[in-house]
Unconditional design. Structure first.
Length: 133
């Protein structure tokens, strides 16, 4: 088993005792991302759409640091303070992903770090083959 720590300045630095991602062989486990702007480590300004977009940008940066991209995601977990915002997640997710989409879960939570309204984590598999080809 080969285990590699993934870190990039293009995503927020860890605000606790965790790594941005861990790569084990061809599987990458991405830690939860909240809508922090990497340069300032402050929440992105704007509404829930801005927060969701920032989270996807952060996940994308970590995926690229692991030599992957969003199309390599096989599982995405979405944590929302207000599940009424889930349709906005779907809308914005469609701007970042194309079919086949990753498996996904959406969970309502009472609170998130730094008063964020959304957090997402993911599992990515590199070098996977499309089963339809």
């Amino acid at each position: 088993m080969t285990k590699t720590i993934i870190n990039t300045e293009l995503a927020p630095q860890a605000i606790g005792t965790y790594s941005q991602a861990i790569k084990v062989n061809d599987t990458v486990y991405l830690s939860g991302q909240i809508p922090l702007v990497p340069e300032t480590m402050m929440l992105v300004e704007g509404d829930i759409s801005a927060q969701i977009t920032q989270v996807f940008n952060n996940l994308k940066a970590v995926a690229e640091a692991a030599d992957g991209n969003l199309s390599d995601f096989v599982k995405l977990n979405v944590f929302l303070v207000d599940l009424a915002n889930f349709p906005i997640v779907n809308e914005i997710m469609g701007q970042f992903f194309q079919a086949p989409y990753p498996a996904r879960a959406a969970v309502g939570v009472a609170a998130l770090p730094k008063a964020a309204q959304v957090e997402m984590d993911a599992i990515m598999v590199l070098n996977r083959r499309d089963s339809s080809s």
